[in-house]
Design a protein. Structure first.
Length: 160
């Protein structure tokens, strides 16, 4: 029998890990983008529903006024809505216990500008505790809507 001349197995040259293939570069860029944008996306998703829900609740109050909702009850619901929005934004410790001038200052500080008129500020301060209410409800609803829309998207760190 004739022996065949076999050649030894040649393994491919071992390449270094550098330079990276284009797929690895794209994966690295996607990873960096995810690390950068994921916290911002989570903050945006956390705050957007509060604004959307507050505006929806305000629309429900507006519809209730057209259906014959009592003026005193409507003012009470507006006050509750503003308080819940502040609590969602600032936390229960800060938002729930403030009354009077501090409450109006808190609303002004959150929105960053003057959304309510002087009469509306007075109602927000002490009017809800008065037996008779004299408030321009359509203007108050419009001011509340402007206040909710003026709230910044940034969500501060809340301990509560």
């Amino acid at each position: 029998m004739k022996q065949l001349a076999l050649k030894d197995i040649h393994l491919p040259d071992v390449g270094l890990w550098w330079p990276l293939a284009p797929g690895w570069w794209m994966l690295l860029i996607l990873l960096l983008l995810a690390i950068y944008y994921l916290p911002r996306l989570l903050r945006w998703l956390r705050w957007k529903p509060v604004k959307t829900l507050s505006l929806g609740e305000l629309a429900r109050i507006r519809i209730g006024l057209g259906d014959g909702l009592d003026e005193a009850r409507a003012l009470e619901e507006i006050s509750i809505l503003l308080r819940r929005t502040v609590i969602s934004y600032r936390g229960r410790v800060i938002g729930a216990s403030i009354t009077g001038k501090s409450w109006v200052d808190q609303l002004r500080q959150l929105a960053g500008d003057e959304c309510f008129t002087a009469d509306q500020n007075e109602w927000l301060r002490i009017g809800q505790y008065q037996p008779s209410t004299r408030c321009d409800l359509p203007a108050m609803l419009h001011s509340c809507e402007n206040w909710i829309r003026a709230l910044p998207r940034r969500v501060p760190d809340v301990a509560d």
